[in-house]
Design a protein around this ligand. Sequence first.
Ligand code: TXA
Ligand code: MG
Length: 323
Amino acid sequence: MSLWSEISKACQLLSQGDVVALPTETVYGLAGNVFSEAAIKKIFAVKDRPSFDPLIVHISSFEEVSKLAQKWGQAEAVLAKAFWPGPLTIVTPKTQQVNPLITAGLESVGIRMPAHPVFRRILRELKTPLAAPSANKFGRTSPTAATHVKSEFSNSVFVVDGGDCQVGIESTVVAVHETAQSVEVKILRPGMIAHSHLKRALEDAHLKKLIRVSNVEASPLAPGHTDTHYQPAIPLIIAHRTPSQETATQIEKKFSFPSLSRYSELNLNPDPRLAARDLYSEMRRLSTSGIKWMFVRKSNDRSGEVWESIWNRLDRAASMRID
Ligand code: TXA
Ligand code: MG
């Protein structure tokens, strides 16, 4: 099927209240019309997602914000202008129109304008925002290629193949608290748009307010942030160096693997942008390569704010940490 036929089939399914998997620049999303309760319920059912984990709503134009957000402050407008379309989700008080099923009963909604041309095309065609979590079973690694989605759902979900995702990890999620004197941005989920990028964008806008950007890990504001998440099908171990034979034997015992089981290193590009792009597809490739476990090296050169976002995912994906 050509890409154009896939896009038109996706539009047809979405307008009937069905769900489809679509490419975004971050990861593939499992999309449904925000105004179809049937579609929203189906997203949760297909993913086995608990109802306490809110969905992100995707839009294609700035005008759509007013349908979803009850108020949109100066700082939110600055961040949206600086980073949309792109991998930034802004959590803000919601309007009555947003179904509480989408927000897991919260009074706020996460909004993002994705950059992928296929997703944008579909949003424009349908003229409605689409709710879309990552297109994986709950707690598992997000898909960054159409084939990942197909294997995740055993071909039961229609997928538009828009190629490999270029960002590779999920969007940065922020909540903004603004007063007459100050702007406070809380990073609920780190991503490729990092602390310094957010701060710089706000400073460059000369709001004449005190600006604070902070990381809030495992916040009750981000209820989807369970400790284990993004898990590959085989154990991932974070190690400070390549495991010795003795360490490998201990790992085999812990996971009840036969002795001398095969394992591999999860290699990461020295450039964190490329490391993020390839992270999930490498995790998937190794998971299906016949080895029993994989390790990733937490070395000093893999540090800095962009690497922090990658380690945020690896820390949750890992089953074990060793020296
Ligand atoms: O890059 C992405 O964000 C991808 C693509 C498909 O857009 N989507 C994605 O969705 O990663 P999901 O559902 O896998 O993760 C969304 C996370 C939730 O787990 C939750 O922590 C946070 O965003 N979130 C969404 N709405 C929220 C809200 N109202 N308050 C706090 N956190 C929220
Ligand atoms: Mg997810």
